[in-house]
Design a protein around this ligand. Structure first.
Ligand SMILES: *[C@@H]1O[C@H](CO)[C@@H](O)[C@H](O)[C@H]1NC(C)=O
Ligand SMILES: *[C@@H]1O[C@H](CO)[C@@H](O)[C@H](O)[C@H]1NC(C)=O
Ligand SMILES: *[C@@H]1O[C@H](CO)[C@@H](O)[C@H](O)[C@H]1NC(C)=O
Ligand SMILES: *[C@@H]1O[C@H](CO)[C@@H](O)[C@H](O)[C@H]1NC(C)=O
Ligand SMILES: *[C@@H]1O[C@H](CO)[C@@H](O)[C@H](O)[C@H]1NC(C)=O
Ligand SMILES: *[C@@H]1O[C@H](CO)[C@@H](O)[C@H](O)[C@H]1NC(C)=O
Ligand SMILES: *[C@@H]1O[C@H](CO)[C@@H](O)[C@H](O)[C@H]1NC(C)=O
Length: 372
């Protein structure tokens, strides 16, 4: 008994000493920990309330003064592993495999006493959950607000937009490359195998005409820890997209959806999209088709993409544009095994699309809104 009282007293003294010590040293040795609800974390893409990432490319951006180390503390909903793309000061993205627990993120060489911008996203289309608990930075680091670009793209697509089959996933895919070129923010709702029609397609339990409006991508169905889907609150898209790009149809075609049914689902979809983006320019891409070793690529839904755009224009929509990607991709730009673009193929497509947008009148920002 006496011994117990003594040891609790002793304990108290030690704790008190420890606390005093910690207070005295906070400014120079204690690391800086920011919790996942810190408003200085600039989130992009779609995160659920856990918070956990869904869809390709979802992640966050941070501006930090005097940064020298960064550790991500990830929770139990994290994929094992989740492939994260990491970019320091707008440099190229490199992949880091992260898992539940503490993950030290390599930052390369950052000059001391400067401001850094760190961008981290989940690059894969499956096993892509980053469950962020907190971010631990070096002592003396100071997080500053990240100012988003004035330009923000919303891309909607299938495997051809999601970066399926390239090593760094969406971070090497043409929508991502196009956004980087224009120094724009972006959200990419793209999923391999998905149709626009709300049908079961290559493992997707819903089509994009349903899933686009949801927080989760269709992989939720295969996730025993989160086997449900919830509506997305578009007010969380900040900034709201300034330009909307849609390229879809390969998997409707693969499932024998008729041209007239595809046309109908497309115009219904665009009508709903217009409620979210009432005045933004919308670009409907006429896909490049399936490349072949002995002839031009074979197109699908010939004439339909033009009819969809014509319909909206007849309806008075002045901000809808057909982007004809016929001829952008040939057999040398794809993996013969699956006819999806290679890394170089994606770069070529991005180059064509960037030129198309510049001819249309879009001008790349000269600097990122948050400079380094
Ligand atoms: C970044 O990636 C591009 C495209 O792959 C490449 O041309 C460039 O050399 C890379 N830059 C650096 C600094 O590695
Ligand atoms: C990440 O892990 C995967 C296996 O899940 C492996 O194939 C890949 O090479 C790893 N990448 C890196 C950059 O460590
Ligand atoms: C910058 O961080 C280092 C530790 O990495 C710290 O010693 C130094 O005091 C910090 N400088 C400022 C100006 O906060
Ligand atoms: C549809 O999705 C599957 C699975 O991603 C893919 O293999 C296929 O090439 C896609 N397109 C068609 C037309 O089947
Ligand atoms: C998800 O739920 C559906 C029923 O709604 C079930 O058929 C499926 O097997 C479940 N998947 C997992 C991974 O638990
Ligand atoms: C689509 O139609 C073709 C030709 O009739 C057939 O071979 C194929 O199995 C059909 N695909 C689906 C998913 O029904
Ligand atoms: C798209 O471009 C191809 C090749 O230049 C052309 O043959 C086709 O008519 C164009 N389609 C539309 C709808 O403009």
């Amino acid at each position: 008994m006496v011994r117990n009282i003594f040891s609790s007293l002793l304990c108290g003294v030690i704790i008190a000493l420890a606390l005093t010590n910690a207070n005295a040293q906070t400014s120079d040795t204690a690391s800086v920990v920011i919790q996942n609800d810190d408003p200085l974390i600039y989130y992009n893409g779609r995160w659920d309330s856990t918070p956990e990432t869904w869809w390709v490319g979802s992640g966050f951006k941070l501006q930090v003064d005097n940064l020298s180390s960064l550790t991500l503390n990830l929770g139990p909903y994290t994929s094992d592993p989740v492939a994260l793309g990491v970019s320091v000061n707008y440099g190229n993205f490199t992949t880091v495999n992260a898992t539940q627990g503490a993950n030290v993120i390599p930052l390369g060489s950052i000059a001391s006493g400067t401001t850094s911008v760190i961008r981290i996203n989940s690059e894969g289309w499956e096993d892509n959950h980053m469950n962020l608990e907190s971010i631990e930075l070096n002592a003396g680091a100071q997080v500053l607000p990240y100012e988003p670009s004035k330009l923000a793209f919303q891309f909607i697509g299938d495997s051809l937009s999601a970066g399926q089959y390239v090593e760094e996933g969406v971070d090497q895919a043409w929508p991502f490359l196009t956004s980087e070129y224009f120094k724009a923010e972006h959200n990419i709702q793209a999923q391999p195998g998905i149709a626009l029609s709300d049908i079961l397609s290559y493992g997707n339990v819903h089509g994009m005409s349903y899933q686009f409006f949801q927080t989760e991508d269709t992989q939720y169905y295969y996730d025993a820890m989160h086997n449900y889907t919830t509506p997305w609150n578009f007010n969380r898209d900040y900034p709201r997209a300034t330009h909307v790009v849609v390229m879809i149809g390969a998997n409707d075609s693969g499932n024998n959806v008729t041209s007239s049914a595809f046309y109908q689902v497309y115009i219904d979809f665009l009508a709903r999209i217009r409620l979210i983006y009432p005045t933004q320019p919308m670009f409907i891409i006429l896909p490049w088709g399936w490349p072949s070793p002995d002839g031009p690529p074979s197109p699908y839904y010939v004439g339909i993409y033009q009819q969809v755009v014509n319909y909206r224009q007849a309806f008075g929509d002045k901000e809808i544009y057909l982007v004809n990607a016929t001829g952008w991709v040939d057999y040398s730009d794809v993996f013969p095994a699956n006819l999806h673009p290679t890394v170089e193929g994606h770069q070529k497509i991005a180059g064509y699309f960037e030129s198309w947008l510049e001819d249309w009148g879009l001008v790349a920002e000269s600097e990122w809104a948050t400079p380094v």
